[in-house]
Design a protein around this ligand. Sequence first.
Ligand SMILES: Cc1cc2nc3c(=O)[nH]c(=O)nc-3n(C[C@H](O)[C@H](O)[C@H](O)COP(=O)(O)OP(=O)(O)OC[C@H]3O[C@@H](n4cnc5c(N)ncnc54)[C@H](O)[C@@H]3O)c2cc1C
Length: 436
Amino acid sequence: MIVIIGAGISGLTLAYELEKAKKPYILLESSSRTGGYINSVKVNEYLLEVGPNSILIDAAFDVFLNELNLSSSIEDAALVNKNRFIYKNGRVQQVPSGPLSFLFSSFFSFQTKRTIFKEIFNTSKTVENESVYDFFTRRFSKEFTQYTIDPFATGVYAGDIKQLLIEETFPSLVALEKEYGSIIKGVFKKGFGSRRRTASLKGGLQTLTNTLASRISNLSLQTKVVSVSKHEAGLSIAIQKNGASIENMIADKVVFCGTAFNAAELLQEHFSDSAAQLNKVRYAPIKAVYAAFKSKDVGHAMRGFGCLYPSVESSFLAGTIWNSSIFKERCPEDEILTTSFIGGMYHPEYSNLNEEEIKERAVAQLKKDLSITGDPTFVYIAGWEKAIPQYDIHLKVARKELNTLEESTIYFTSNWTNSISLGECIQSARNLALSL
Ligand SMILES: Cc1cc2nc3c(=O)[nH]c(=O)nc-3n(C[C@H](O)[C@H](O)[C@H](O)COP(=O)(O)OP(=O)(O)OC[C@H]3O[C@@H](n4cnc5c(N)ncnc54)[C@H](O)[C@@H]3O)c2cc1C
């Protein structure tokens, strides 16, 4: 019997694959719902993604959605989602996306444009544990790093690029540097990788986890795992159902499909050395403010995915997604809906402010940056104390422990073991299912 802990996207996918392969399993989930971070909530006429907002669908993800009969539920993002905006010099500016617009746009200085072309001749090499910041400033320029890589890392990891490791966050770029001596040369020789489309699903991303949950038969909600220990017959899993007294179940294998700190808690007593390393994995705190405004009051055209704020710009907001510009039926037709993120590794203190202050400051900045004259028609706040795992040195060390734990038939698949994106969480879980 395989015990899976956690019914987020990783655990649900693993359970679904094991069910297909007719391997005995049980999926245990502490809360009363499935989905984990994926949480699509309808509040009045507003469809909010209280967690991840969009998926990037590549060929493998497309096949998976088709297998789940979800192809007709895919909602491709509007074409304007390809327009990305970054806050620079006090303005929300569109980032040049093609070589021509890059050349003629005033977004980057002449110096930066020159270093990008000169990257082909840059013979420097990555060193072990190099930060994302050092890698990009070494190959390109400080301005390029501050105004593209830094906001990108904020958008994905809510992270600090002086802490994130290049080999953990962009391993493919390190490989290109190694093979071709240049990223630009490598990209042109190797191609831009498989095509991926930005999308959501009708009813929000939770449609995916609800569908997976409906396809599996061995799911136990409100069942919290409290510890995992060695047993002569395999592993002993202590569980607590609905707050009742603790029971034990025996498993051949256990798979952790949640956060590193949760796993550390459960392994603490019997696998203390590994637990100590897992406990060091850092998570960025995030608050999200959902705000809608009357379209007639908004001066900015908002034809894009949203805007990211580089850390050098000292902004309260870390980034804003323009939900109604990219997906339909998110709010009333005469309104626009935005989701702004606050906190992250650069400003954890902002996420600790009281909710009223967060709302007030977020709305004030949105009104200024998007030239909005009226007050919001709707404001909602959500937050996670430990939202996104940081792909830094602590995570690298913790991941080494996974091999040791595997010797005791304890496995992991989740957003800190491979990649945080939903598509890759799915792929990792599917790969693990084959080997269990
Ligand atoms: C604000 C935010 C925005 C994001 N945006 C995007 C995005 O746009 N696109 C994208 O691709 N990714 C995005 N991500 C990342 C993505 O959401 C996550 O990487 C992914 O959902 C993680 O899924 P998981 O199944 O690995 O873990 P989780 O979703 O954390 O699931 C773990 C589950 O384990 C359960 N659990 C914990 N402890 C126990 C226990 N002791 N016993 C039983 N059950 C337990 C939890 O209740 C939970 O349901 C975002 C993340 C956040 C926080």
